[in-house]
Design a protein around this ligand. Structure first.
Ligand SMILES: *Cc1c(COP(=O)(O)O)cnc(C)c1O
Length: 382
């Protein structure tokens, strides 16, 4: 990157996409390097990935996508088109098709665009009483019932520690109306147990980001779920410049269910490379096998060292998904600006700047950069 005149940055803000996501370890890079020098049938490679994802998530099948956002678009496309290749060819034009996806109002967020990109129309239900402390009522089946129409195909649910208790309500409402449940769990790792939790809770499709905590390639993600839906998503993502007479559908489904190959689908524009598929799978295996307690203890030890080196500041280690360090700093915005102006520029968590707090998250900081980070923080806080 230096050759391109692009600055190296220290990212103490977490595995943010705009800063390049996770840092990959050498085992992942080695697998990607080998893949880069090989030719492969992409459908066969995705079938192998599907088996790996199925065994780590407990889902029937899985697909490597070019990110969680792409996985959401493919999830919507699968729920709308199923295995109907004529419908696949028409997306995102959904005129005359059932293409409504229900979402509780409190789940709406900027990644909704991915669902709409496939041609879905989002239909809100419920209120935001809890979010506003205007009342105590949260997600209720009757609110979902009232929003269902003959055009409903799915219910999209964004998993967070705050929303997850509502998942059984969402699943029950969806089941009663024959709708699929799509769970966006992009950033709900660790704990690794969440790889299985949402499938166990009844989700038909679950989305994870590969370039966040899993530590895979930045442009990777996972769609896991029911075999027929994953087969639909795969058909809409794979390159379809094939000879129809020689083509076989993905091994996930019986050949007679898709007698002829579809044309390039809505997902062809976010194809995933062989390197990403292989890298994601190695990263996923390593993530699932990682000693979570040891990993967190290591982060906590590094944060303690940073905290101890800071002059006259109030700090607090917060045990979130991974431990992070909150630094109370009058003029936090100015401190963050000074860190960005440094060499190398340093990014800290910006979420609580307005409340006078910097957040240090070490997930994407190399351990050998800790001294640089400490020195910069000391200067910026002085
Ligand atoms: C990060 C994130 C995404 C997008 O993930 P990518 O892998 O970057 O596409 C989607 N939804 C939520 C809730 C996220 O946090």
């Amino acid at each position: 990157m230096a050759r391109l005149g692009v600055k190296r940055r220290i990212n103490a803000a977490g595995t943010l996409t705009r800063l390049g996501g996770a840092l990959m370890d050498h085992a992942v890079l080695e697998a990607m390097r080998e893949a880069a020098r090989s030719s492969v049938d992409m459908a066969e490679l995705q079938a192998a990935a599907s088996r790996e994802i199925a065994s780590t998530t407990g889902a029937e099948a899985g697909l490597v996508t070019s990110g969680a956002s792409a996985a959401l678009a493919l999830a919507a496309a699968a729920c709308i088109a199923g295995l109907d290749t004529a419908r696949m060819a028409r997306l995102p034009d959904t005129r005359g098709m059932a293409a409504e996806i229900l979402m509780h109002r409190t789940h709406r967020n900027a990644y909704d665009h991915a669902l709409r990109a496939a041609g879905a129309t989002l239909v809100d239900f419920g209120h935001n009483d809890r979010g506003l402390s205007a009342g105590i009522r949260g997600m209720e089946e009757s609110d979902a019932d009232a929003a269902v129409t003959s055009a409903s195909v799915a219910l999209a649910f964004v998993a967070t520690p705050e929303t997850v208790a509502d998942l059984p309500v969402a699943v029950a409402a969806a089941r009663r109306h024959g709708l699929k449940v799509i769970v966006d769990a992009a950033a709900q790792l660790p704990p690794a147990s969440n790889l299985r939790a949402f499938i166990t809770a009844g989700a038909d499709l679950v989305v994870f980001s590969g370039g966040k905590a899993i530590g895979g390639p930045q442009e990777s993600g996972i769609l896991a779920g029911r075999a027929d839906l994953i087969a639909s998503a795969l058909l809409q993502q794979l390159d379809m410049d094939v000879s129809p007479a020689l083509w076989l559908p993905p091994s996930l489904i019986a050949p007679e269910r898709v007698p002829a190959p579809p044309h390039h689908g809505i997902g062809r524009g976010f194809k995933v490379g062989k390197e990403e598929i292989v890298g994601l799978i190695v990263a996923l295996e390593n993530f699932a096998a990682r000693d979570e307690v040891g990993y967190k203890a290591d982060l906590r030890r590094r944060l303690n060292t940073i905290s101890a080196a800071l002059p006259k500041t109030t700090t607090r280690i917060v045990d979130g998904r991974v431990p992070s360090l909150e630094i109370e700093a009058p003029g936090a915005l100015e401190v963050a600006r000074r860190l960005l102006d440094g060499d190398p520029p340093i990014h800290v968590g910006e979420r609580d700047l307005a409340r006078g707090r910097l957040i240090v998250d070490l997930q994407a900081v190399r351990v050998e950069d800790d001294p640089l980070l400490i020195a910069a923080l000391r200067r910026a806080l002085a």
